[in-house]
Design a binder for this molecule. Structure first.
Ligand SMILES: Cc1cc2nc3c(=O)[nH]c(=O)nc-3n(C[C@H](O)[C@H](O)[C@H](O)COP(=O)(O)O)c2cc1C
Length: 170
């Protein structure tokens, strides 16, 4: 029951990746974790575009201002929306929330499998859209960069619980 917390504690944003492939079954389980994520009204407004081809990854890295770890990592997953209009009953756009759940589940499965990852939103969306033939109007919410890494988790720079949690009242 308590097994998930170590994966959460072990997750960090990797800034370098080893030259090591990700086995197909591991990648499948990561994608399955995303597939099973919850979404508003269960609309599942996502498409996960997996990029393993070196040339494509190099082009994505170029669109992401040539961050070196993007070129090193063997797999990029573009977390894309398939609907950008739907709002939750309390008036919020659903897709960023839905896609964040899917990405979070994938990240945790990746860490659980011994992988490292980084989340990237610093990229030219138009350039990546063209590369991956993402339809006009759909958003590439983030790039999930996956691979093995020798990087070590940094000290967690997080607000203390007393600042972010309250009970019964704000
Ligand atoms: C929505 C989102 C967007 C992010 N975009 C980037 C990014 O473009 N480039 C980057 O280096 N890190 C990016 N990050 C990683 C954060 O900077 C990182 O999670 C944060 O500094 C905490 O560090 P940690 O992940 O090592 O715990 C992003 C994270 C999130 C959740």
């Amino acid at each position: 029951m308590k097994d998930i917390l170590p994966s959460i504690q072990n997750r960090f944003s990797a800034k370098s990746f080893l030259d090591k492939e990700i086995a197909g079954d591991i990648l499948d389980r990561i994608l399955e974790a995303g597939r099973l994520a919850p979404s508003a009204k269960n609309r599942q407004p996502w498409r996960f575009v997996v990029v393993r081809d070196l040339q494509q990854r190099q082009k994505i890295a170029h669109a992401a201002y040539n961050e070196p770890w993007l070129i090193q990592a063997p797999v990029h997953v573009a977390i894309c929306s398939t609907n950008i209009d739907y709002k939750t009953p309390n008036g919020q756009l659903a897709y960023p929330i839905d896609l964040s759940f899917a990405a979070s589940f994938m990240v945790l499965q990746a860490v659980h499998e011994g992988l490292a990852c980084s989340i990237n939103t610093t990229f030219d969306e138009t350039e990546v859209r063209e590369l991956l033939t993402v339809p006009y109007g759909m958003r590439i919410v983030l790039l999930l960069i996956l691979g093995y890494s020798d990087d070590k988790p940094k000290e967690r720079d997080r607000l203390p619980k007393g600042r972010i949690v309250s009970y019964e009242h704000w």
